[in-house]
Ligand binder design. Structure first.
Ligand code: ATP
Ligand code: MG
Length: 370
């Protein structure tokens, strides 16, 4: 195949290709050509890429000691492994790519560049999701299976107290699984924008009293709560189930990540910065959240890794759900934390107004008459 034929063929392809040939001045390889897809992928390719060697262009990110990219002398025909690399397009710009090599003849080596597209990033996110979720399922399942097996096999040899203990563990792990499934369903609905909200006027104090009572009931060690409700607290305007889910997540965290025998403080008041909103703040004393971790805190599956919280159960979905639901209902969430001291999560919500109520009625009528 002539050079012109090769060029015509490569220009028909969608994949960007760089053509490497031996340098005339050194014994190194350098870019001597490219196809049309490549010139669409990189602007000013003539000045940015042509005549450069592989070492200057690719910074390999996979575990591969590809001699070609180290600028070493490679014999034509040598096997060159595919690798991922940061493709240095100019001094200030790199892109993540996968590079595959093919020898055409002794002086022509093709490098196929596969950009990491959004699709690939999505696939990666999807496989991260699957691996986190399967891990989260496996831990409680293993324990449920193990204790159930033991009960079945040795029930004759285990005393009643121990049997009750095993059954409690099974119940606890099954609850954990069902919470995880609930959270995953919420996340998947949020992602597909299939969450619907039915707004009502909400007495914040009632909701918080109920949550505190139900959490107290489940704790093995009692925990002190200090509640502080402003006298002129307006009612909030939100979907009651989602409102409860938000506060439950925040209060659950405050309890989980607290030092033992400390008090969780919950304060509800009109929002000082905007009288159209109410604010609920939950403060606890504990390990806190280092400032570096704050920016990722509301991402799916994100958990702060530190020795004190490593043994605390959780999947890192709570705050993602909390923030998404709060924002969707016109509210917001703020966090303030001092490591090894105090952490405060604050949520704000719109208050009930006659206009909001009237709009909800109109919307309901619209749905009914459809
Ligand atoms: P779950 O999905 O069961 O809620 P989780 O509690 O680990 O799991 P999130 O509620 O999203 O997940 O919280 C994310 C992380 O933020 C936690 O793992 C914890 O490291 C940190 N965190 C949350 N609240 C607090 C708090 N009050 N004090 C210290 N760290 C906190
Ligand atoms: Mg949580």
């Amino acid at each position: 195949m002539s050079d012109a034929e090769l060029q015509t063929l490569l220009d028909k392809l969608q994949t960007p290709v760089l053509i490497f040939g031996p340098s005339k001045t050194t014994d190194q390889w350098q870019v001597v050509g490219f196809n049309t897809a490549m010139s669409g992928y990189v602007e000013d390719i003539e000045s940015r890429v042509v005549n450069k060697g592989p070492k200057a262009l690719f910074e390999i990110t996979t575990k591969s000691n590809n001699p070609f990219c180290q600028g070493l002398d490679v014999k034509p025909g040598a096997l060159l492994q595919t690798h991922t690399a940061m493709f240095r397009i100019s001094d200030g710009e790199t892109r993540r790519v996968k590079v595959k090599y093919d020898w055409i003849d002794k002086k022509t080596l093709l490098a196929w560049i596969e950009p990491f597209s959004e699709d690939v990033a999505l696939t990666q996110a999807h496989s991260d999701f699957v691996s986190v979720v399967s891990h989260e399922f496996r831990t409680p399942l293993t324990s449920i299976k193990g204790f159930a097996d033991t009960l079945l096999r040795y029930s004759g040899n285990i005393d009643r107290d121990q049997q009750a203990r095993f059954i409690n563990i099974i119940k606890h792990q099954a609850d954990r699984l069902s919470r995880l499934v609930e959270n995953l369903l919420t996340v998947s609905k949020l992602g597909a924008q299939r969450t619907s909200f039915i707004y009502r006027s909400i007495t914040v104090r009632k909701v918080i009293d109920n949550i505190v009572q139900s959490i107290q009931g489940k704790l093995s060690e009692p925990r002190e709560f200090a509640l502080d409700f402003s006298d002129n607290m307006p009612t909030a305007w939100a979907d009651p189930d989602k409102f409860e889910q938000i506060l439950l997540n925040l209060i659950d965290n405050a309890v989980k990540y607290s030092f033992p025998e400390t008090t969780v403080r919950i304060k509800a008041q009109p929002y000082p910065e905007n009288d159209d909103m109410v604010q609920i703040s939950i403060t606890n004393e504990g390990v806190g959240i280092p400032s570096d971790n704050l920016k990722n805190l509301f991402n799916q599956f994100y958990r702060v890794d530190n020795t004190l919280t490593r043994d605390v159960e959780g999947t890192g979905l709570g705050l993602y759900i909390t923030k998404s639901l709060t924002k969707a209902m016109g509210g917001d969430i703020m966090v303030d934390s001092e490591v090894n001291k105090e952490t405060t999560f604050s949520v704000i919500f719109p208050i009930t107004t006659p206009e909001r109520q009237a709009a909800a009625v109109r919307e309901a009528e619209g749905v009914l008459s459809e």
